[in-house]
Design a protein around this ligand. Sequence first.
Ligand code: FFO
Ligand code: GTP
Ligand code: K
Length: 477
Amino acid sequence: MNRDTIAAISTGMSASGIGIVRISGEQAFEVIDRIFHGKEKLSGAKSHTIHYGFIMDGEDTADEVLVSVMRSPRTFTGENTVEINCHGGMFVVKKVLEIVLENGARLAEPGEFTKRAFLNGRMDLSQAEAVMDVIHSQNSYALKSSVGQLRGNVKRKIGGIREKILYHTAFIESALDDPEHISIDGYGEELEQVLDELTAKLEKLIRSYDSGRIIKEGIQTVILGKPNVGKSSLLNILSGRERAIVTDIAGTTRDILEEQVQIQGLNLNVIDTAGIRDTHDMIEKMGVEKAKEYADQADLIIYVADASRELDENDMRIGELIYGKKCIILLNKSDLITVVSKTDLKNCLKEIFSKVGGRLPEEESAEGLVERIPLIDISVKMEQGIREFGLVLQEMFLEGDISSNEEIHITNLRQKEALAAAYDALQRVRQSIRDQMPEDFYSIDLMDAYEALGSITGETIGEDLVNEIFSKFCMGK
Ligand SMILES: Nc1nc2c(c(=O)[nH]1)N(C=O)[C@@H](CNc1ccc(C(=O)N[C@@H](CCC(=O)O)C(=O)O)cc1)CN2
Ligand SMILES: Nc1nc2c(ncn2[C@@H]2O[C@H](COP(=O)(O)OP(=O)(O)OP(=O)(O)O)[C@@H](O)[C@H]2O)c(=O)[nH]1
Ligand SMILES: [K+]
């Protein structure tokens, strides 16, 4: 572990009210005392106190500041920490950093403060990674799940599972060492029950990755619907602004438009197929293949149908595209005289689905599939049904109680892969029990699972991987 005293700008790289230069390391107080003029020397100050004074650049005053003093080991990094709160202009903050660097600190690498927090045992790796997730959170669910992880919910969960694995490995080992006193008869059955419990927990965590990812990155959404059903109007109302509609200029190809919207705290990255609007037959023009591509990549399809006009060939094609996909159907223009009811639309889809068939397990009837697609009457014009749409979205994508901090959502691919490796190892133990293999086979795979899970908390990974993980952090973190 490197013992340098490090420093960096920990606030954003634009002019703002305050800018913070953070210093961490054994010599932090000596460094600040060389450049700070205030009522007292800070090396004598109490921990977690703040002091008014000036940062001096030789004879010149560089800035008027407030300096926080925090003493090892009860700090973020675990080391002596000083934070200089400067005026927030980029020039002045950089100037203060420069002075700090000239007086005994070196520039911190990206993520080095948090890396030290990890290496000094202030947090495990899952918590350290959560620091970054908190910074990059774009909505309240992402924030909640990363703050939960920051406060140790993943650490505790993984810790609990590892403890159990270790206990059983130790038991097997001691029974093998001392067969006269410790009986292992019938132990396989007991172990299988433990495996059931543990693999169920791992499975749940692995599954949480998908909702975790969606929470973090936004739901990839495609709006499909024939011309004039109200797709653009819907997007406008969801985004709360008039989306610029590009005027036709002959020869310009228009791209599919992508819009970020927030609904009930969820982020949707909406691809608007209305970008292609100069044709009577939208699906034709767009190319069924292209539409299929979007539909396949999407986490969600919003199919907008028009209740005031008969269903037609285009609706049939969309029906084929939504087969087997996560979809919400909005039956729009409920304010007009309607000629298409929910039942009409469902019957039409049932017919299409039973023709398409074959791509899903046989026991999934077309009927059942259609019934499970949420179908909502809306009027974009009257702004009716939009709230219900939001609630359906929440229900679809936020299984479990995300509002509680204890509901764990893994959002990190490395963590997911470690969980999957642990899961596989436990399945191998199960197989060994069934095949009545000798007990030392169990403990080998149990230890594999133990190791894999340790990479989530950071106990079993090497320096290179640690360095790689923290190098992706931002400067000053
Ligand atoms: N100014 C500032 N704000 C910040 C941070 C920081 O480092 N500096 N943080 C950095 O990301 C986050 C807060 N994280 C922190 C974590 C622990 C401690 C700390 O001093 N912990 C002591 C508490 C002692 C006490 O209870 O009084 C401890 O855990 O022992 C400080 C900040 C967000 N805001
Ligand atoms: N009565 C009524 N009219 C609506 C409603 N929603 C949209 N419209 C109208 O329907 C027409 C078409 O709306 P758009 O939002 O342009 O429909 P679109 O699906 O994007 O159309 P294309 O871009 O051509 O595919 C406009 O005149 C809207 O004002 C609604 O709920 N009720
Ligand atoms: K239109």
